[in-house]
Design a protein. Structure first.
Length: 232
């Protein structure tokens, strides 16, 4: 089984890499702009099942590097987890064009383009699964927070994209689902909300996402599923 994870060097992404590697036989293509922790993990585990790609998914050349890594593995792609994310916590009227584009590039446009790039490499014999990571902030009807207009709206966009792609990619035997996750104690959350203590740790959410990525497409397609231990 071949799995691609973006935003894989820290937080939930890094914990997903570790969790998946406990399940053999699995090959992980882990993508991040900073690969220090991933390279160390590969050395510590002495594994050939972790392929580290240093790249920025917002750049076409780096998306091609991911494609090349998949082809080099000689395996068909079974699971793509679009986990990379970027957040800006700032009053709506103060958000610059550059900041807005940065959030949308990472959270919406890059996953859109990466899916376009990787769909031809996905397993045609078995049902494949694309899992897009959204947020409760982008889930319709959930509580919203001041300062997150760029982030939350971008996460709502990736949720909508997931619904569209589920229908369009159905003939290719590819399921597409979206997990709108709640607060997890990650570095990104800490920067956006200093002092806030989330109810879940990255390894806990990672374990759920990994299980869903492997099994969820048997039961769901085109679904936006809230994953939160609080209400709403």
């Amino acid at each position: 089984m071949l799995i691609v994870i973006t935003g894989a060097s820290k937080g939930i992404g890094f914990e997903m890499v570790k969790h998946f590697l406990k399940q053999a036989p699995v090959t992980i293509v882990a993508v991040s702009r900073n690969t220090t922790t991933l390279i160390k993990l590969k050395k510590d585990l002495k594994t050939q099942n972790l392929v580290v790609v240093k790249g920025d998914i917002t750049k076409a050349g780096d998306r091609k590097k991911i494609s090349t890594a998949i082809k080099g593995s000689k395996l068909a792609l079974n699971i793509l987890i679009n986990n990379a994310g970027h957040i800006v916590n700032k009053p709506f009227e103060s958000i610059s064009d550059k900041e807005l584009l940065s959030v949308y590039n990472t959270n919406v446009l890059a996953p859109f383009a990466l899916i376009q790039t990787l769909v031809p490499l996905m397993n045609k014999k078995e049902k494949s699964h694309i899992v897009n990571i959204s947020s409760m902030g982008g889930f319709q009807g959930s509580s919203k927070f001041a300062g997150l207009s760029a982030y939350s709206s971008s996460k709502a966009a990736i949720a909508g994209l997931s619904e569209c792609l589920a229908e369009e990619l159905k003939p290719k035997n590819i399921a597409v689902n979206c997990l709108a996750i709640g607060a997890v104690q990650t570095e990104m959350l800490g920067k956006a909300f200093p002092g806030y203590k989330a109810p879940l740790q990255p390894n806990e959410m990672a374990a759920f996402i990994c299980d869903f990525a492997i099994n969820g497409h048997r039961y769901f397609n085109g679904k936006i599923l809230p994953v939160s231990s609080s209400t709403p």
